[in-house]
Design a protein around this ligand. Structure first.
Ligand SMILES: NC(=O)c1ccc[n+]([C@@H]2O[C@H](COP(=O)([O-])OP(=O)(O)OC[C@H]3O[C@@H](n4cnc5c(N)ncnc54)[C@H](O)[C@@H]3O)[C@@H](O)[C@H]2O)c1
Length: 325
């Protein structure tokens, strides 16, 4: 297949690109390199440096017949979405529409849209949270991700564009950047390597569902090939949660990271971040029904991730390390 991975120079998109290449697909990466890095793009993939909002994207779709679009490019920072909701909407909503219109025009077979289970459900009492739970997005980022799901439902119902929504939990693994809340494992890894205390916001008893990027990649392969139900007005009909269902507190995560790293430099507790979710975990039984299962425990995944950061210590530009402090 010809596959377009938007955001393929970023953390998750680069792993997904590798997996498509490994199974013999031809891969194009569309990325403006705003947070992604050229060196993340796997050898064999063709990098097109462009903003998803650029009208020139239509030409790319006309030139290359993409069977599949895997849409990972996004404005992913909740705090930026709060300070500049219009910027968030331009990338996450108008950028998506530019791609879906191009896909429609060029006859793309399937569109895989990456949403976020951590934000579209908001603070849910029903945990692990199933796909059918109420959508209570609390931030402009959550609203823009959910809006994308509504647009895709429209494209399927009215224009027949096939799509699958993947609602990720908190993804971690090699190559994760240190920005945003979801980068806590990357941040902890680097702090431990620098022999510095781990910073924890609030009391550290907030919980998250940490899923290994390798498992997210296999979910993407299922989404590319799974058979789909008939078009439906149900927003959740083709949505799949991608998580482990296990809640881990930040304090527990810090313990595990210190064990994996074989070193500890204490903790620094700071004021809780306003608007931060208290608890989040996703029920992935639907995806498991297709044969998907998390391939590693959190401890194994943390070991592998810490080893990656240890091997690349010193690679991050100084400015980035300073920002992470
Ligand atoms: N990391 C997580 O835990 C997590 C959880 C839920 C959902 N997601 C979603 O997964 C996707 C990938 O996230 P990630 O963690 O790999 O982030 P990332 O920042 O590493 O990757 C995003 C990529 O998109 C590119 N990009 C940003 N704006 C762009 C634009 N306007 N045009 C073209 N390219 C642009 C960036 O340069 C980057 O390479 C995003 O859609 C994000 O919302 C991530």
């Amino acid at each position: 297949m010809n596959v377009l991975v938007t955001g393929g120079a970023g953390f998750i998109g680069s792993h997904v690109s590798e997996a498509f290449l490994a199974r013999g697909d031809r891969v194009w990466v569309l990325d403006d390199l705003s947070s992604g890095k050229r060196e993340n793009v796997p050898a064999g993939a063709e990098l097109v440096v462009s903003n998803v909002e650029d009208p020139g994207v239509r030409d790319l779709f006309r030139d290359v017949h993409f069977e599949l679009v895997s849409h990972h490019a996004a404005q992913i920072d909740v705090r930026i979405s709060v300070s500049d909701p219009a910027l968030d909407a331009r990338v996450n909503v108008l950028g998506l529409l530019n791609l879906t219109e191009a896909a429609l025009e060029a006859g793309t077979r399937r569109f895989v849209y990456v949403s976020s289970g951590g934000v579209v459900y908001g603070e849910s009492d029903d945990r692990p949270t199933p796909e059918t739970a109420p959508k209570q997005a609390l931030s402009p980022y959550g609203v823009s991700k959910l809006t994308g799901e509504h647009y895709l439902r429209y494209y399927r119902l009215v224009h027949g564009l096939e799509y699958v929504v993947l609602r990720y939990a908190n993804v971690y693994g090699p190559r994760q950047d240190q920005h945003g809340e979801t980068g806590v494992i990357a941040i902890f890894s680097n702090r431990l390597l620098e022999e510095r205390p781990l910073t924890i916001f609030g009391d550290g008893e907030q919980t998250r569902d940490y899923v290994n990027v390798a498992d997210v990649v296999s979910a993407n392969l299922y989404a590319a090939d799974m058979s789909l139900p008939a078009p439906s007005a149900d927003l959740d009909a083709v949505a799949l949660n991608v998580g482990t269902g296990v809640e881990t507190s930040v304090n527990r995560l810090a313990d595990l990271m210190e064990q994996v790293a074989g070193r500890a430099r204490g903790r620094e507790y700071c004021a809780a971040r306003a608007g931060e979710l208290r608890h989040s975990a996703l029920d992935s039984s639907r995806l498991q029904g297709l044969g998907w299962l998390p391939g590693s425990t959190l401890e194994e995944g943390l070991r592998e991730t810490f080893a990656h950061f240890a091997a690349h210590e010193g690679d991050a530009p100084k400015a980035e390390r300073a920002r992470a402090r």
